[in-house]
Write a protein that binds this ligand. Sequence first.
Ligand SMILES: [Zn+2]
Length: 318
Amino acid sequence: MPTNFTNVMKLSLLAVAFLLSAQVCAQPKVAVSIMPVHSLVAGVMDGVATPDLLLPGGASPHTFTLRPSDAKMISQADIVFWVGPTLEGFMKKTLAASKAKSVALIDSVGARLPPREGGVWDEHEHGDDHGHDHHGDHDDDHGHAAVDPHIWLDPVNAQAMVGAIEKALVEADAVHAARYQRNAAALREKLQALDKELAALLAHDGKASFIVFHDAFQYFEKRYGLSGAGSITVNPEQKPSAKRLVALRERVQKSNARCVFAEPQFNDGLLNSLIEGSQAKRGTLDPLGTREQPGKDAYFLTMRHLAQAAHLCLSDQP
Ligand SMILES: [Zn+2]
C-alpha cells in the first residue's frame, strides 16, 4: 500500500513536471526587425519572454544586409514581426524561406500614406539595391501602390500595431493569452496618453517649416500638424560631391525652412555646411531611437525625444 501510494505520488509529480515544461515550451520564440517595433512587442510580451531584436541600434533598415547570425535568428523564430517588405527588404527572402509566421505590421495600419514626391521631396531612395521598393511587390497584397513604411512614428498607428501583435501572440500561445491581452490593453492606454502629451508639446509648432535628411516623418507630421517642407537624401557613408553640396545648400536657402534636421548617423560638419548662408537652425531627429536601450520603454523614449528635438528647433524660442 505505501509503495503504491509513493508510486502514485511520483506519477502525479511527473505529470505536473510534464505540464509545466509543456507550458514553458509553449511560449513562442519571437524575433522583431527594428527597435521601435521590438519595444511594442516587448511590451505585449512583458512577464512572459523577451523577443529578439534583429537590427542593432543605428543601422538603417533601408541599407541593412542580413548577417548569418540574423538569418539564424529568423530561421529559429516561431513568429517574426516586421513593418513589411517596403522597409525591411533585406529580410524578405530569408523570412519567406523560414517556418516562422510572418506578421507585417504595415497591414494593421488603416491610414497608410504614399511616399512624398516632387518639389523639395527627394525620392526615398538610399542609393543602392537595398533601398525602398517603390513599385510594391508581388507577394505584397497592396498591389502596386507604394506606401510610406515609417508607420510607427504615429502613436495612433502604434495602437493598431499593438492590436496585431496581441492577436498573433494569443493565437500562437494560448497559455499566456490573458497576460498578452492585459499587457496590450495597458500599452494602448499608455500610447493614448503619449499621443496627448506629444500633441500638447507640439501644439504651437505647426507653422515653422523644416527640411529632413530622409523622408521618414510624414506620419508624425500629419498627426501633430507639422510642416515638413522637403527632404534631402544624403548617404551617411558617402560625402556628397561639391556640386551636389552647392545644389543642396541652394535648396535649403530657397525653402526658408526654420530648421534642418539631420539623423544621428550624420556628422555635424555636413549639416553645418548645408545650412551655411541660410537662416535655418539645426537639429537632429532620430526615427529609430538608436540611443535608447532596447526594451518596452524604448518606443516611448524614442517618440518623446523625437518630439522634444522637433519642438526645441521649431518653437519660437531663439
Ligand atoms: Zn526611411
